[in-house]
Write a protein that binds this ligand. Structure first.
Ligand code: SF4
Length: 378
């Protein structure tokens, strides 16, 4: 039976981090002088793994005898809008490294181990960052957050960040949930532990325009499927609703049945809270707007959600009845087609080119209003 630890994390994050791992049966996972890789969630919009958590996790690893601590990720967003230095500065990763003595790692600057997965749900080849294989200990450090496409993004989804940029893009052209579950299966042996940063979680229009929720928790386990299941329970979500969790459990990667998971530490019932899901947030704010996003990647989705957010805050009315993003183009009346993936439908309605289009281009197309007066900084 897998163990998942739920630990209060408010004042002394370093002690809470160590306690979460100890309760999960991983109190002595750091080999003396070994190299530890912390793999956070670095994302394009609001909601990164907290820099405070990264700093304290790194300091904890050093206190346990680590010779080197890497904090690394391969964020696609650093390839688009800004360089990796700017990106890691904005996310707080560089400061966390400066404050703890850890080394910032950009996966894209290193090698990728290319394998042939021989899987019908993956491309012919797929590449994982060599840093994941080189480290003695890999701690997956995701954030508790809702996600427009996968409902939640936590332990399982965070592993996609270990892939080459081309693979991340290609996965969106395949059956995304099965593809990520296969990725999780392939990289699972390298993942020593997962610690979910649920200090400040995010709900609503995630992952890019989500709203902070003060949860004050760490959730830790060696079984990232069981961890995601327990975390969903904390968010008031049935784990069976989450395809990524189901598909991982079906592959035998981990346990999703809450009856078969030992939860230690805090009582989940004392912290459970119903999180608002992305489509509940959209439906509440834009009840007449239909959004089709099947298999779209975060690029278009985050910019679309941000554009909707801005239009709403400026009081600008949405003039279309539907918005379509992503490669599985769904036809709809009065639709706006956003992004290059929807090219096949561009003869059938208004469209916004780009991969992804800018936030303001989408906002203008949604509202028909060109002015940027009063526009918040994006
Ligand atoms: S057009 Fe949009 S959904 Fe398609 S790959 Fe580009 S960013 Fe992703």
């Amino acid at each position: 039976m897998p163990t998942v630890a739920v630990v209060a994390a408010r004042d002394d994050l370093q002690t809470a981090f160590g306690e979460a791992l100890r309760l999960a049966g991983l109190g002595d996972l750091i080999p003396r002088g070994g190299t530890v890789l912390l793999k956070p969630n670095q994302h394009g919009g609001y909601g990164f793994t907290s820099p405070d958590v990264l700093r304290e996790a790194a300091l904890w690893a050093f206190s346990q005898g680590a010779g080197e601590v890497w904090i690394g990720d391969g964020p696609v967003w650093s390839l688009h809008d800004e360089g990796v230095q700017e990106y890691f500065t904005r996310s707080g990763l560089l400061q966390a490294c400066a404050d703890s003595g850890a080394t910032p790692i950009d996966f894209h600057a290193g090698e990728y181990r290319v394998i042939k997965p021989d899987s019908p749900v993956l491309p012919e080849t797929i590449g994982f960052s060599e840093y994941v294989y080189e480290a003695d200990v890999v701690i997956n450090l995701p954030l508790m957050k809702t996600h427009f496409n996968t409902l939640v993004t936590m332990g399982i989804k965070n592993l996609k960040g270990c892939l080459r940029p081309i693979d991340k893009k290609t996965l969106h052209e395949m059956e995304l949930h099965h593809a990520i579950a296969e990725v999780a299966r392939l990289i699972q042996p390298e993942i020593t532990a997962t610690v979910l940063d649920a200090t400040i979680a995010y709900e609503g229009m995630g992952p890019g325009s989500a709203t902070p929720v003060d949860m004050g928790l760490f959730v830790a386990s060696t079984d990232f499927v069981a961890l995601d299941a327990v975390a969903c329970d904390l968010m008031g979500i049935d784990p069976a609703q989450v395809r990524l969790i189901r598909f991982c459990a079906e592959r035998g990667i981990g346990e999703m049945d809450l009856e078969k998971i030992q939860v230690v530490g805090e009582d989940p019932a004392a912290h459970r809270r119903k999180f608002q899901l992305p489509y509940e947030a959209i439906a509440e704010t834009f009840p007449d707007l239909h959004i089709c996003t099947e298999n779209a990647c975060s690029g278009c989705a985050m910019n679309l959600f941000r554009a909707l957010d801005i239009a709403n805050s400026l009081g600008q009315e949405i003039t279309c009845e539907a918005v379509v993003i992503g490669p599985r183009v769904e036809m709809a009346e009065q639709a706006l087609f956003v992004g290059h993936c929807t090219r096949e439908a561009w003869d059938d309605g208004p469209h916004v080119p780009g991969c992804p289009p800018t936030v303001d281009a989408i906002r203008q197309a949604l509202t028909g209003i060109e002015t940027t007066e009063g526009m918040p900084r994006t």
